[in-house]
Ligand binder design. Structure first.
Ligand code: GLC
Length: 565
């Protein structure tokens, strides 16, 4: 693919979690018409692509990541016509749509699985992994990603395999008939006018067919995630690409954790299996006692820099600080006392100019935060429920468990979008399927739209700047260099292309930070103010050659001195 066709390198992608974005018919659940109603908002934000999490027919065990019919829109989200209408309306605004491709597994209510369960000699029985055991025990000791065994049992005694919940049986990619069905479906959607896919959990599609137990020290189950990217997967992925993506001008981003460095370019290099894969290397500061400590920031910085330096030499990635599988970014990267406009805009600046395509998750642009979960019944996430039960069975303290899900639970990202200060934050006129975060009266889109100094306005500036003519080339082609690495608490990097340099400088601490320009940045010592493209503070505090970066101050600076004239 030529550079010209790699339009997605200069795009900004916005992720919609459809249940929680906008309800149009008062049933309390977001839908496709709701997304269409909000297109002007997304257009105004400046994004290019919308990734919609699954909207296909589903029993909703995992909110749509358990698909029972790949060709139908689930009635709760609308109709196939609504999807056509959304694609058309988005196109008119220059916005492209990608859907979630969930093909590691389907739902146990998919007709394939129904037939497979009813008749072990059916064609569809070959679409899944079934085993019988003589001792009545599960075939091995592998632990599902959502807790418990990867095996569940049918009434006739057969065990079936699931990487995620028991309602998400894994599809058997070894079977060419199954693969053909998948390619047919992928192409059917591409024909409809979507421009590509976010590809779900794809590194799990190849299994270790020995299915042998792995000894563990404590006798506990062995995490199946250790089998990600299992040898042999390349054959499946190149065939998928050849039979589907390559036939269209298709954009793909894969959720592909576990890809080893030596395999990276096969996945996301030029002509890789995908246009890009997400970079999960620095997705949170989990485990840090004090996220604002210089040591914690340094650890984050190291992970970020190592990953960026590697990826920028081997391919392309999606960069993100939030998605539907995580707590809100402000909670994950910042202590409560430090969460404010400055730190939120610093975090945004920090990732927006990295090597890769930036993704924004709904609500991130206004600084939505985790909500408070008072008891387990308030949680919706199937993963949380399975893990809760498992840990409870192991005698774990319920208060601790609740605290964990308050801090890290996926439900935090799934509370309804806060549009305005009307009832239910303008999300629905009915009863919302999930509780609305109580701070919506003061934190919402309407309020921030009216305020030039809001986080939302800041995101608009970021998007415009990143995509604008001045930086476009650098963002697409520019190399990545960490700078001033020894400066604890300061995260600074440069993107360089044809003599043009963009410097991103973030004081990621809650204390003032003095920086001597003569020592660190002689190229701007006289003219810093003129070269600043973005500053999340009104001004720069400066005394002669020393600038005093304020807590969470973030700057984007351009230098064109080296440019060929
Ligand atoms: C991916 C999705 C997640 C889902 C899982 C199973 O990790 O992002 O939401 O639960 O796959 O489909």
């Amino acid at each position: 693919m030529t550079a010209k066709e790699q339009w997605w390198k200069n795009a900004v992608v916005y992720q919609v979690y459809p249940r929680s974005f906008q309800d149009s018919n008062g049933d309390g659940v977001g839908d496709l018409k709701g997304i269409e109603e909000r297109l002007p908002y997304l257009h105004g934000l400046g994004i290019d692509v919308i990734w919609i999490s699954p909207i296909f027919k589903s029993p909703m065990d995992d909110n749509g990541y358990d698909i029972s019919d790949y060709y139908q829109i689930d009635p709760v989200f609308g109709t196939n016509d609504d999807m056509d209408s959304l694609i058309r309306a988005a196109k008119e605004l220059g916005i492209r749509i990608i859907l979630d491709l969930v093909v590691n597994h389907c739902s146990d209510e998919h007709e394939w699985f129904r037939r497979a369960s009813e008749d072990e000699y059916s064609v569809e029985a070959g679409y899944f992994y079934f085993k019988r055991t003589s001792d009545g025990k599960a075939p091995n000791n592998w632990r599902s990603n959502f807790g418990g065994s990867v095996w569940s049992r049918l009434a006739d005694g057969r065990w079936y395999y699931h990487t995620f919940s028991p309602k998400q049986p894994d599809l058997n990619w070894e079977n060419p008939l199954l693969r053909k069905e998948i390619y047919k479906m992928v192409n059917w959607w591409l024909e409809k006018g979507i421009v590509g896919f976010r590809v779900d959990a794809i590194t799990f599609i190849k299994k270790d067919l020995s299915f042998q137990s792995v000894e563990t020290e404590d006798g506990k189950l062995y995490p199946v995630e250790n089998f990600e990217n299992y040898p042999g997967i390349n054959n499946f992925l190149s065939e998928l690409k050849r039979e589907t993506f390559d036939r269209y001008e298709c954009f793909t981003v894969a959720e592909a954790p576990g890809v080893r460095n030596e395999d990276f370019s096969k996945y996301a290099g030029d002509d890789g299996f995908f246009s890009m894969i997400f970079d999960f290397a620095w997705e949170s500061m989990e485990g840090e006692k004090d996220k604002s400590s210089v040591e914690a920031v340094e650890r984050l910085k190291q992970k970020l820099f190592t990953s960026q330096q590697f990826i920028s030499r081997h391919g392309w990635c999606g960069v993100f600080i939030e998605n539907h599988d995580q707590a809100r970014c402000l909670n994950r990267y910042l202590e409560q006392k430090d969460r404010n406009y400055y730190s939120a805009s610093a975090l945004a600046t920090l990732y927006f100019f990295l090597y890769g395509t930036p993704y924004i998750y709904e609500g991130q642009e206004i600084g939505m935060e985790n909500t408070v979960w008072n008891n387990v019944d308030e949680l919706d996430d199937t993963r949380a429920k399975i893990i809760w039960k498992e840990k409870q069975g192991q005698g774990e303290d319920e208060k601790e468990l609740l605290r964990y899900f308050n801090d890290w639970g996926r439900d935090n990202a799934r509370t309804p979008m806060q549009w305005n200060d009307d009832k239910n934050a303008g999300f629905t006129t009915g009863k919302p399927w999930m509780k609305v975060q109580s701070n919506y009266k003061k934190l919402n889109v309407a309020k921030q739209s009216r305020d030039q100094n809001s986080l939302l306005s800041f995101y608009k500036k970021l998007i415009k700047l990143r995509k604008g003519e001045l930086l476009k080339d650098i963002m697409i082609n520019g190399e990545f260099y960490p700078i001033w690495e020894a400066q604890g608490g300061l995260i600074a990097y440069q993107r360089v292309y044809k003599g043009k340099t963009v410097t991103v400088l973030v004081n990621f601490t809650n204390a003032e930070y003095g920086l001597n320009l003569e020592t660190f940045a002689p190229w701007v010592s006289d003219s810093l103010e003129e070269k600043i493209l973005l500053n999340n503070y009104q001004a720069i505090r400066r005394s002669d050659q020393v600038i005093f970066l304020q807590p969470y101050q973030a700057l984007v600076v351009i230098d064109t001195a080296g440019q060929e004239k």
